[in-house]
Design a protein around this ligand. Structure first.
Ligand SMILES: Nc1ncnc2c1ncn2[C@@H]1O[C@H](COP(=O)(O)OP(=O)(O)O)[C@@H](O)[C@H]1O
Ligand SMILES: [Mg+2]
Length: 297
């Protein structure tokens, strides 16, 4: 992170403003920056089901996500990791036929409440995708995109610089900010997408397999970056790479596919959710143990 004394204060102000725009009432813990401590809950899920066109894809998920943790979602392909991740910033709203049931609280407020504007909520709760998706614009304009939409004109250069520094990309691009983002390597593009996300000072960053399209060196850089970013943001990451979950996350949720008695219907279930160390060394559930030890995949 850039050693900027004024940054946490302005970040907090900007998050408060963002929460207000999103229609989310700001609780004192949220306002007080670090004051809430590590155990503060950012999200509380209670009995969450997700359906696509009436067919259940994820069933009965209850879990809390803690502030400034890296929380990993792991499990075999199709168990609903991406589906669950999209619940955290209402991205499922954009999928025709998708339906979210149950309760999702964000800082104690109903994220799906009638007063919440999902577009604004997604600025507070940003998403980084599997495949880097920079806009066909310059490096600078990619990072400035969000702040410009928010009407910020003053200090844009500084905002862009800080976001690029925060995403560990500044040194590599500072002399070519006007170049097209497509000229960057895949790993650089992904860090640019992270810079674009943090330029609007989100509260939470969601990442869906952010390294799966990257080489090992770029992956290592993003993993290092995640550990830095959690000083300031809460992170939820989907990964199919168990070593990655073990390296970067504080808590891990293991999901798997469950079948009904006739084996006609299948849906994702949260099997176990605990401290990452516990999940990988001493899980409570045999199914978790089999998965993390590679017996099933
Ligand atoms: N947009 C969608 N429309 C319909 N079904 C979907 C959609 N996205 C995912 N699904 C279904 O939901 C289940 C969970 O998928 P997904 O969340 O992508 O799993 P994962 O990310 O763990 O691989 C799968 O059965 C998948 O086919
Ligand atoms: Mg997925």
């Amino acid at each position: 992170m850039a050693p900027d004394e004024t940054r946490p204060e302005s970040a907090r102000e900007s998050r408060e403003a963002a929460a207000e725009r999103a229609g989310i009432a700001v609780r004192p813990e949220f306002q007080s920056g670090n004051g809430g401590g590590l155990r503060e809950k950012v999200f509380e899920l209670k009995g969450v089901d997700v359906l696509y066109s009436g067919v259940t894809a994820v069933k009965g998920v209850s879990m809390d996500i803690h502030r400034k943790d890296v929380t990993a979602l792991i499990g075999p392909s199709g168990c609903g990791k991406s589906t669950l991740l999209r619940c955290f910033n209402r991205m499922n709203d954009l999928i025709p036929g998708a339906e979210v049931k149950g309760e999702i609280l964000y800082h104690g407020e109903n994220l799906y409440g009638s007063g919440v504007d999902p577009v604004q909520a997604r600025k507070l709760i940003g998403m980084v995708f599997q495949k880097p998706n920079p806009f066909p614009k310059s490096i600078y304009d990619n990072v400035a995109f969000g702040p410009r939409i928010l009407g910020r004109k003053d200090g844009l250069d500084e905002t862009v610089e800080n976001a690029l520094k925060g995403a560990a990309l500044w040194d590599e691009v500072k002399d070519r900010l006007k170049d097209n983002a497509f000229g960057l390597s895949g790993g650089q593009q992904q860090r640019l997408c992270i810079a674009r996300c943090i330029a609007v000072q989100p509260d939470v960053i969601l990442m869906d397999e952010p390294c799966s399209a990257l080489d090992p060196i770029s992956t290592g850089k993003i993993e290092d970056l995640m550990i830095e970013l959690k000083e300031e943001f809460s992170i939820v990451i989907v990964t199919h790479n168990m070593q990655q979950a073990a390296r970067v996350s504080d808590r891990t949720a293991f999901l798997m596919v469950e079948l009904d008695a006739e084996e006609h219907n299948r849906w994702g279930r949260l099997v176990e959710y605990d401290e990452t160390e516990k999940i990988f060394t001493n899980p409570a559930d045999k199914r978790t143990e089999d998965y993390v030890s590679g017996k099933v995949g």
